[in-house]
Design a binder for this molecule. Structure first.
Ligand SMILES: [Zn+2]
Length: 274
């Protein structure tokens, strides 16, 4: 029998990283263009426990970006969580995958017992609610999103971001990514070009940043001592940089945005009301 757990090429992540990843439980909310990429990479990395949550089935319009999706899946209207489960188990048959075809607010038991929460959802309000859930359960939150904006000369600006926040540290509102204006103006609008424009290569970039943030969080490969990470991806220039935006927001000593007196969230928080 061949060795099904040969991680020799990523041994720089630490002597015990293989066992560490195999014991980690990751929750991924949204298994579309971004989440499917993250699920695939985490399976390759050797993560052992997955919690997958998405209410939707694949549609023909998802095939431009949904990793692991096939025409046959579209023909059979398979749930996105089923496609991701198949992909993960194809790479790591020993992984334990728990999935639910539901809204994440109805699957809090899958988030509650995770070690980290990945948010791959549309819209600012959903991100805000998900981060609140992460704080309530004391989890690091890793969020990706992209946007396409029409420029004055009828060309387009492709951009995205990956943000990682930690309980008890600045949240996406503290950092100035989520503002009252953005949350108020959203009204189902996210981006200027059609409904949630998404392309496979931008999702892949952002998913890679997210998995990199995850690896940094859990392995000793590089001690960064960061209390948040915010990377901005300029899809036109194809460059990535640390956001300068938090420099313009004086950070409060304790995040006041998610309830509780310690920035960790309200004890009575009920995820189903989010
Ligand atoms: Zn905050």
């Amino acid at each position: 029998m061949t060795n099904d757990r040969d991680f020799s090429r990523q041994s720089f992540l630490g002597a015990h990283s293989e066992a560490l990843f195999a014991n980690l439980r990751v929750a991924i909310v949204g298994l579309g263009g971004g989440g499917s990429h993250i699920a695939q990479q985490l399976a390759h990395l050797g993560v052992g426990h997955f919690r997958l949550i998405d209410p939707d089935e694949i549609e023909a319009s998802n095939l431009n970006r949904l990793i692991g999706g096939t025409q046959d899946d579209v023909d059979h209207e398979r749930p996105k969580v089923e496609i991701a489960t198949r992909m993960i188990l194809g790479i790591r048959p020993w992984a334990k995958v728990t999935s639910r075809q539901a809204k994440w607010q109805e699957a809090d038991d899958l988030i509650r017992d995770a070690h980290v929460l990945f948010g791959c959802v549309d819209g600012y309000q959903q991100r805000d609610y998900l981060e609140t859930a992460a704080r309530r359960f004391g989890l690091p939150y890793i969020d990706i999103g992209m946007d396409v904006t029409r420029l004055h000369d009828a060309s387009f600006a492709v951009a995205g971001q990956m943000i990682m926040t930690l309980p008890g540290n600045p949240c996406m509102r503290c950092l100035g990514f989520l503002t009252p204006d953005k949350l108020a103006q959203e009204e189902n609008r996210y981006g200027d070009v059609g409904i949630n424009p998404q392309v496979v290569w931008t999702n892949g970039m952002l998913a890679s940043f997210a998995v990199g943030a995850f690896a940094k969080l859990f392995t000793p490969w590089f001690s960064a001592e960061e209390n948040y990470t915010w990377l901005e991806f300029d899809g036109n220039a194809q460059t990535v940089s640390r956001s300068q935006q938090p420099d313009y927001f004086p950070l409060l000593p304790v995040c006041p945005h998610h309830g509780g007196t310690n920035g960790l969230g309200e004890f009575g928080f009920d995820i189903r009301r989010a």
